[in-house]
Design a protein around this ligand. Sequence first.
Ligand code: ASP
Length: 306
Amino acid sequence: MISKYAIAIHGGAGVISRSTDPERIESYKIGLTEALQAGVLVLKSGGTALDATIEAVRSMEDNPLFNAGVGAVYNADGKHELDASLMDGNNLKCGAVTGVKTTKNPILLAKKVMEESEHILLCGDGADKFASLHGLEQVENYYFDTEYRYNAWLKAKSEGKIILDHTADSNVSLGTVGAVALDIKGNLATSTSTGGMTNKKFMRIGDTPIIGAGTYANNETCAVSCTGIGELFMTGCTAYDIHAKMTYLGLGLEDAADYTIGELPDGAGGFIAIDNNGTIVMPYNSLGMFRGKADSSGLIEVAIWE
Ligand code: ASP
């Protein structure tokens, strides 16, 4: 029986200005710390890696600073369409949702899809209907609104751009959220949730709800959650690719992660990953990535650029 546990989280990668208001940066750090604490609470009491990642992600979905749940970015129609997925490395079970418009916590819906359906990925109205049928809280789409994401959308729209929700020249930063964990039984799991990219086309689907692209976990190797330009992670099957490098090339997590981040185009973003020894990597090739880690030794730390 393994008795150590560990968890890592991200709150989005991108071009985050170091001159962002220090108070705002501090509130992001508090949000990351709260998410880590939510995950640690589960792991410490002997809970599963999967539940720890869900609780960490749910905490960030409920925090308007992050681009997931409340605070999600706007699409080209000025609406929110949310994506989420999770995977249990113990049995390779997974669940995912995309284009969700009224379900308050998409990560809870991804879990329901995994546990209560014969499917892996549900989309749009069907996903929200499934959430209602299973008693998950529903909200109006405007529940996800925030003024700063709205302003970011107006700017992106006027410039005809589709952007990560991190821009160096504004205070609008932070993004997609994710968590990976190792529990005391040696199981690995991952969860990822996002509003996607600002001004994305209506019903655009990124890497987050695609198992193997933005999210992957396997007890034999690692658990991974990606953040950044989704289309690049889809092209590279990035989350699965790290597992594949460990499996087929016999690489350790650190080497596999270095290899993979080196293959991604500059500015693509980054990922967090953990192996079955509790080794954590959090590489990125954007200017920053909000991230943090905690483990059974009492370590708890968050970082943005350093
Ligand atoms: N990967 C997400 C997407 O493309 C965006 C992000 O990570 O910020 O939808």
